[in-house]
Design a protein around this ligand. Sequence first.
Ligand SMILES: [Zn+2]
Length: 321
Amino acid sequence: MSGRRLASVSVDLDPLSCYYRIHALGPAPAELSATIFRRAVPRFLDVFARNGVRATFFVVGADLADPAVRRLARELVAAGHELGNHSHTHPYELARLPRERVAEEIDAAHAAIGDAAGVAPVGFRAPGYDLSQVMLGELARVGYRYDSSIFPAPAYYAAKAVVMAGLGLIGRPSGAVMTDPRALIAPADPYRPDARRPWRRGRAPLVELPIAVTPWLRLPAIGTNLLLLPAPLRAQLVRSMLGRPHFNLELHGIDLCDAELDGIPAVLVARQPDLRATLLEKQRAFEALLGRIALDYDVLPLRDVAARVDASGELASPDAD
Ligand SMILES: [Zn+2]
C-alpha cells in the first residue's frame, strides 16, 4: 500500500423536511421538497470538479420520485461520484423499528437509486448516525460492502442531547432520536464489525467506515462544523486528522445552501445557525478545506476505501489513538 493517507468526502442529501422534523416545525412546505438536490447538488458538482474529487452522495430514496432529482442523480454518477443508500424516507427512529420496516427502508432506497442512476449502491449511512444490529444484518443480506454510520463523537452526542431535552421541556419533542451511546466506544478507524454488536470489532461480511473524529478528544471533524470555524481552528482540526489512516469527512447538502438565494423560510433559518452564513463564505471555506486535504491525502469514494479495508483487514495506521 502507498504511504499516502486516505480521505473520503461524503454528502448526506437530507431534504429540508428532515430539518423541519428535527426542530419540531411541523411539515415542510411542499415547494421545498427538492431544494437540496436542485440548489446544493450543482454547487457540490462544481467544487468537486474544480478539485478533482470523486465523492460519495448518500441519497434518500423517496426523493427520486421527482424527475428533476433523478436527472441530477444521473449527473452525479456521470461525474464519477458514488451514490450510497441513506434509507427511503429517513426515519430518525430506524434503529428502533421492526426488522421488516428496516428491510423495506433499505430495499426501497436500493431499488430507487439503482433505477434512477443505473448503478446499485453498495454502501449505507443510517439516518441520525444510529446504526443497529438489525440494520447491519439487513445490509449484509443485500450484499453491501460497507456501512458508514458510526460517529464516535461524545461532543456531538452531548450537543444533540441538550437540543432534544430543550425541545422536550417546551413541549415540542424533536423528530430526531437519541443515538445509541454504545457507538461512542466504537473504533474511530475503519474496522470489520461484530454482526451482533456493530460498535465492536468482529467478523461481519461488510466493513464499517466511521465518520471523522479527531484523535484523543474525538471532536467531530465534519463539514457542518468545519465550514463555520475560524480558518486557524479549522486548519488545526484538519491537521489533527493526520493521525488517522482514513479521514472520512462528512457534509450535508444543506452545507452549500444559502437562506436568501434558495428561499429557505426564516422559521428554519432561526434554528439552523449554519444557514446564517452566506453561501460565498461556506464555499470559500469548503474550497480551502478540500485544497488542504488534497495535499495530504488520496481522496477516494467510500466504496473504494471499503474495498481496501476488505482486502487488507485494516488500513495501515499512522499513529491513531
Ligand atoms: Zn441524514
